[in-house]
Design a protein around this ligand. Structure first.
Ligand code: NDP
Ligand code: MG
Length: 364
């Protein structure tokens, strides 16, 4: 029996994780956490006789992890709020199934150092990275020319920048292929999601940014592919369904059965790929530049993006203001390397202040 601590149990990834656990007799929930969805959290806890529960930080996620003694922590909290849990699980040597990409983007070097000391595994839940891990498995990195992450292109694929000026929150949340929480759905609409994923891939797979690419692939059937130096590319395919990478991470390396359909080749389908439009969607290039700058720049990028997306979802910032906020904040905030959690928290709050100031300027 594998004991799972599920953080963010009431969200999109959290609910699908509960379903995977329910269908797999080898998995059980030993802890669950959420922020404000009290009734749903307590219902999950009751239905699964979960002994350890955290609501709105009570107890803090690090304490929940320590008290519940899990075999694997699935971090499906959204945003920087997931950082402490990521670091705590890795420091303690507990396997971490990571959906919370913001924690790796903001705290990549600290997370890798904690993993080095703790010795647990870092198993990506993000579909592209789960796919990449499988395409890379057991092959030396010097044979890899490029890792290519696919992007659906989001609801605004094909639009020019001027055509994005008046899009609404509802437009941005109407994702064509994935059903996800509002923050990542907005990130998919700006292509910041793919930018965050480039940084996530850099830390997960130790590949330099020059060997990390993105390509727009509207049907989201190919999740990632690796191009090898001999001209071969190895791809990972499947219908867009997060239960597959969730189950893969929780049952690694045994690849347990899931209720998910395999590709149906009796129906015709085509696979299309397009280069991303970085002029209409500047967040992708901003993330690449921040990733390449290194130090605290990815933390600043992430903080600015969280502030801007929250403002957009509140109706207080236009869609194009998201990338403008991120760009202004990166220009404003010095981002030296952070050496510990305290320095990270300080840089994150400084970046949030600067981002808030930028959003106010943009709507003034
Ligand atoms: P949702 O918004 O649907 O869910 C977020 C979850 O986190 C909720 O359970 C929420 O609780 C909980 N939460 C938020 N803040 C805290 C906190 N401070 N302490 C404890 N719990 C908290 O997000 P998603 O499930 O869509 O995404 C989760 C993460 O996974 C994100 O980082 C996202 O980028 C990543 N991801 C998601 C994918 C998807 O398909 N959804 C795909 C790949 C990655 P409450 O309900 O009480 O607010
Ligand atoms: Mg993804």
């Amino acid at each position: 029996m594998k004991r799972v601590a599920l953080l963010g149990a009431t969200g999109s990834i959290g609910r699908q994780t509960v379903e995977i656990v329910e269908r797999n007799p080898e998995l059980e929930l030993c802890a669950v956490a959420a922020s404000s969805s009290r009734d749903e959290l307590l219902q999950i806890a009751r239905a699964h006789s979960v002994p350890h529960v955290s609501l709105a930080g009570d107890p803090p996620l690090e304490e929940l992890i320590a008290a519940s003694d899990p075999d694997v922590v699935l971090n499906a909290v959204v945003g920087f709020a997931g950082v402490r849990a990521t670091l705590a699980a890795l420091e303690a040597g507990i396997d971490l199934a990571l959906a919370n990409k913001e924690s790796l983007v903001a705290a990549g070097p600290l997370a890798l150092a904690a993993q080095g000391r703790g010795g647990g595994r870092l198993l990506p839940v993000d579909s592209e990275h789960s796919a990449a891990m499988q395409c890379l498995e057991g092959r030396p990195l010097d044979t890899v020319d490029a890792l290519v992450l696919t992007a659906s292109g989001g609801p605004f694929r094909g639009r020019t920048r001027p055509e994005l000026a008046d899009v609404t929150v509802d437009d941005a949340l109407a994702h064509p292929t994935w059903s996800m929480g509002p923050k990542i759905t907005t990130d998919s609409a700006t292509l910041m999601n793919k930018g965050l994923e480039l940084i996530e891939a850099h830390y997960l797979f130790s590949l330099p940014y020059e060997r990390l690419r993105t390509v727009v692939h509207p049907s989201s059937v190919v999740h990632a592919f690796v191009q090898y130096r001999d001209g071969a590319s190895i791809a990972h395919l499947g219908y867009p369904d997060m239960r597959v990478p969730i189950s893969y991470a929780l049952t690694f390396p045994s690849r347990a059965p899931t209720p998910c359909e395999s590709l149906d080749f009796s129906r015709a389908f085509t696979l299309d790929f397009f280069p991303p439009d970085e002029e209409a969607f500047p967040c992708l290039a901003l993330a690449r530049v921040a990733g390449q700058a290194g130090g605290g720049a990815p933390c600043v990028l992430n903080a600015a993006n969280e502030i801007a997306v929250a403002a957009f979802l509140d109706g207080a910032l236009p869609f194009l203001g998201i990338s403008e906020t991120v760009e202004r904040t990166l220009a404003r905030v010095d981002a030296p390397e952070v050496r510990d959690l305290d320095e990270l928290l300080e840089l994150d709050s400084e970046a949030r202040e600067a981002a808030l100031a930028s959003t106010r300027e943009l709507v003034a």
